[in-house]
Design a protein around this ligand. Structure first.
Ligand code: GLP
Length: 259
């Protein structure tokens, strides 16, 4: 099963995951990062941005998990814009090496296949950052997504559109469709790092980590991965059953092992 790490707060989680990214880049300067949007991974990006001066990120490339369909790429809430603003600029990454699925309606039919090809051509994703939606979605793989799915168009649930309305004027302005890496795409990454903070994520976390494998709980796909790390604050961990064991295993983990 995934390794569960319970930390004091999002900043601590950000530092822990930034350590893993730094270690990856040290051993593989042309590392390929899987980039998540949403508020959860911001702690990781700001921890990395604080260290960017001492890192050589010139050969690092990245693949975003998902994109809305039909928003102009320069819309402030397109994931292309969000990734540029929150990741590429603060970390000083090479924009040419950062990929986001193409959500423009004109080329949407082939966008999924092209994205899969681009990931393969880059040698695959080394470390995939993930958040989780309140309904258990990862990327934009809504409940019902196949564990074998690849990058494709999905319809957002009403709950996700309501959750994401905070970035738009109203739920009606949140696009109805998205293009997202599939669960099968995500499972091909070398290392999955899922983060979650706050009480609102506690049910999705418990179901994903300890519940049955089920397409209706997309986060449960991480149970199929040989190297998955789940980094939580106390509130997000509050509905897990085996927390004592997770704390015990973490406290007794050899330092050299990392996450
Ligand atoms: C969005 C993104 C997901 C993200 C999730 C949670 O819909 N597509 O990748 O994990 O919502 O967002 P947040 O981290 O803001 O709670």
């Amino acid at each position: 099963m995934a390794e569960i790490v319970i930390v004091g707060n999002a900043e601590e989680a950000g530092e822990l995951v930034a350590d893993a990214v730094v270690a990856l880049i040290a051993r593989k300067p042309d590392a390929v990062l899987g980039l998540a949007t949403g508020s959860t991974p911001l702690a990781v990006y700001s921890a990395l941005a604080a260290r960017a001066g001492s890192l050589d990120l010139g050969r690092v490339s990245g693949f975003a998990l998902d994109e809305y369909v039909g928003l102009p790429a320069d819309h402030p809430q397109s994931y292309r814009s969000v990734i540029t603003r929150e990741v590429v600029e603060p970390l000083g990454l090479d924009p040419e090496r950062i990929h986001v699925p193409n959500g423009s309606t004109g080329s949407i039919q082939s966008a999924g296949v092209e994205y899969e090809r681009a990931i393969v051509a880059a040698g695959g994703i080394d470390l995939q950052l993930l958040g989780v939606g309140t309904d258990g979605h990862i990327g934009f793989n809504e409940p019902g997504s196949s564990f074998a799915s690849l990058t494709r168009v999905k319809t957002l649930t009403e709950q996700t559109r309501r959750d994401n309305a905070r970035f738009f004027g109203s739920p009606d302005e949140v696009p109805m469709h998205c293009i997202t890496q599939g669960l099968g795409t995500i499972l091909r990454a070398e290392h999955l790092v899922l983060l979650a903070f706050g009480e609102g994520k506690a049910d999705a976390v418990a179901a994903s980590v300890e519940g049955p494998l089920a397409a209706r709980m997309p986060g449960s796909a991480i149970q199929l991965h040989p190297h998955a790390t789940v980094v939580l604050d106390e509130a997000a961990a509050s509905r897990l059953a085996l927390t004592e064991y997770y704390r015990y295993a973490w406290a007794n983990k050899p330092d050299w092992q990392g996450i």
